[in-house]
Design a protein around this ligand. Structure first.
Ligand code: FEO
Length: 405
C-alpha cells in the first residue's frame, strides 16, 4: 500500500471474473475544483470483457493513454461494443472521445440527461442508447441493470448493477479522493479510508441528503458484494460500514460536538472564539476551534457535517464580514447542512455589521440560530467575555444532547 507522492504506475486489476479496473491513479492532484485533495485521487473506469465488451466510464482529461493502455492489457480497445457513461461530469467523461476514436462502432449508453450532457460537451457523432431504471443489457455471461439516480451527483447520474457478480458501479456515491497502489477497502488504513469518504461526502454530496436517503432505500433490495465507486477504493469488506455512514451523513446526524469557526484582524474576535470554545468544552463535548486561513474550506465543512452546534465569528471590515468568512458561509450555504444550531460573534471599530450579515447567511444555510449574536467594540471587556462564556456553555449543553456517537 502506498499513500502520497511516490509515483507508482498501476496495471489493470481483475476485480471479478471478466471484470477489470482500468482507471487512473492521480497521485499529484491537490485541488479538485477547490476541494483540497491532500491524498490525491483516482478516476475509476471498469471494463467488462464478455461476448460483448463494455467500458464503464472513462477518466479525467489527459489520462486517455493510461486508460487505453490498461484496456489493451485485457482486450483490443477497438473491440469495445458499449461505453457506459454513469456520469457526465468531466472527471469521468473527458476521455470518451479518445475511446470512441478507437471504437467508433461502440454504442454510448447513458440516461437521457447523460446523452444531452455528452452531446453538449463533446459533440461526438455517436450512436446513443438512452436507458432508464429497470433497463437491462446482456453482454453474454453478464447482464447489466441500470438504475437512474438523478442529482446523485448530477441530473444525468445512474448506477450500473451486475446482479450475477453482485457488483454495484456507484459512480460518485461512496467515493473518496484517495490515491493508493491498492484497489480495495481492506488494503488501506480504515480510519484514513473513512475520513476521506466523510470528507468527500461533506464537500460533494452533503446538499443531496434527501436524494442519498432515497437512493439507499432504492438500492437496499440489491444483493451487493462489491461497490465500485468512481473515486478511490472499491468497497468489499466494509460495505456495511460505508452504507451505515451514508445513512447517518444523509441526515447530517449530529454528535456531541461544537465547531467554532472564525477569522480575526487584531485578535479580538479570536479572543471571543477561544472563550466560546473553552466554555463549550467544559460541558464535556468535542470542540473544534478553527481559524479560516490555516484551515481550508474542505476541512471546515467536513467538521460541520457531524457537529451539533456551530459558532461563526468575524470582525467588521469596511462595513462587512471578512471575505474569508463570507467565502466559508457561501460554500456552506450551497452544501445545505441539516440538524445544526448556531450563533455569530465578532468585534468592530465603529459600525459592526458583520454579526448580522453572518447571522442572515447562517439562517440561509438552514442553521437554527439559538442565541443572540455577540458584538464587542475594539476589545471584549469582562461583561462581553462573560456573554461569550454563557453562549459557549449554552452551545455545549445543546450539543451534549446530540445522540450520534
Ligand atoms: Fe467525480 Fe460528479 O464527478
Amino acid at each position: 500500500m502506498v499513500f502520497g507522492e511516490d509515483l507508482v504506475v498501476m496495471r489493470s486489476v481483475e476485480i471479478s471474473p471478466q471484470i477489470y479496473w482500468v482507471g487512473h491513479v492521480d497521485w499529484t492532484v491537490r485541488n479538485f475544483h477547490g476541494y483540497h485533495t491532500d491524498r490525491g485521487s483516482t478516476y475509476n473506469a471498469y471494463l467488462i470483457v464478455d461476448e460483448k465488451v463494455a467500458l464503464i466510464d472513462t477518466v479525467k482529461g489527459g489520462y486517455s493513454e493510461d486508460l487505453l493502455d490498461k484496456i489493451s492489457e485485457r482486450v483490443d480497445p477497438g473491440k469495445i461494443d458499449y461505453v457506459i457513461s454513469n456520469h457526465t461530469e468531466p472527471d469521468h467523461s473527458s476521455e470518451i472521445a479518445r475511446v470512441m476514436e478507437r471504437a467508433p462502432q461502440a454504442e454510448v449508453i447513458a440516461t437521457e440527461k447523460g446523452r444531452m450532457g455528452l452531446e453538449k460537451y463533446y459533440r461526438g457523432n455517436w450512436n446513443y442508447r438512452v436507458v432508464k431504471t429497470g433497463d437491462q443489457l446482456s453482454l453474454g455471461n453478464n447482464t447489466l441493470q441500470f438504475i437512474s439516480t438523478p442529482m446523485l451527483h448530477w441530473p444525468d447520474s445512474m448506477f450500473t448493477y451486475v446482479p450475477g457478480r453482485k457488483i454495484l458501479f456507484s459512480m460518485d456515491a461512496f467515493g473518496q479522493h484517495l490515491a493508493s497502489s491498492s484497489r480495495y477497502d481492506e488494503e488501506v488504513d480504515f480510519d484514513v479510508l473513512m475520513m476521506e469518504a466523510k470528507t468527500y461526502y461533506a464537500n460533494i454530496i452533503m446538499h443531496l441528503g434527501n436524494t442519498v436517503a432515497r437512493t439507499l432505500k432504492q438500492a437496499s433490495g440489491l444483493d451487493i458484494a462489491m461497490i465500485c465507486p468512481s473515486h478511490g477504493q472499491i468497497w468489499r469488506k466494509h460495505i456495511a460500514d460505508i452504507v451505515a455512514a451514508y445513512q447517518g451523513w444523509a441526515q447530517c446526524q449530529a454528535k456531541p460536538k461544537v465547531v467554532v469557526i472564525y477569522d480575526t484582524m487584531w485578535r479580538s474576535t479570536e479572543l471571543m472564539a477561544e472563550t466560546i470554545a473553552e466554555e463549550a468544552a467544559i460541558e464535556g463535548v468535542e470542540v473544534q476551534l478553527l481559524r479560516l486561513g490555516p484551515n481550508d474550506l474542505t476541512l471546515l465543512v467536513t467538521e460541520v457535517l457531524d457537529a451539533a452546534a456551530i459558532a461563526v465569528g468575524s470582525p467588521t471590515l469596511n462595513n462587512h464580514m471578512l471575505p474569508s468568512v463570507a467565502g466559508f458561509l457561501t460554500y456552506l450555504k450551497g452544501l445545505r447542512p441539516k440538524n445544526k444550531v448556531g450563533m455569530t460573534f465578532g468585534s468592530f471599530g465603529w459600525s459592526g455589521e458583520a454579526v448580522e450579515q453572518m447571522a442572515e447567511m447562517l439562517q440561509g444555510t438552514r442553521v437554527e440560530l439559538v442565541a443572540d449574536n455577540i458584538s464587542c467594540q475594539f476589545r471584549p471587556d469582562e461583561a462581553e467575555l462573560e456573554r461569550c462564556r454563557n453562549i459557549g456553555r449554552e452551545l455545549g449543553q445543546i450539543a451534549a444532547q446530540a445522540d450520534s456517537p
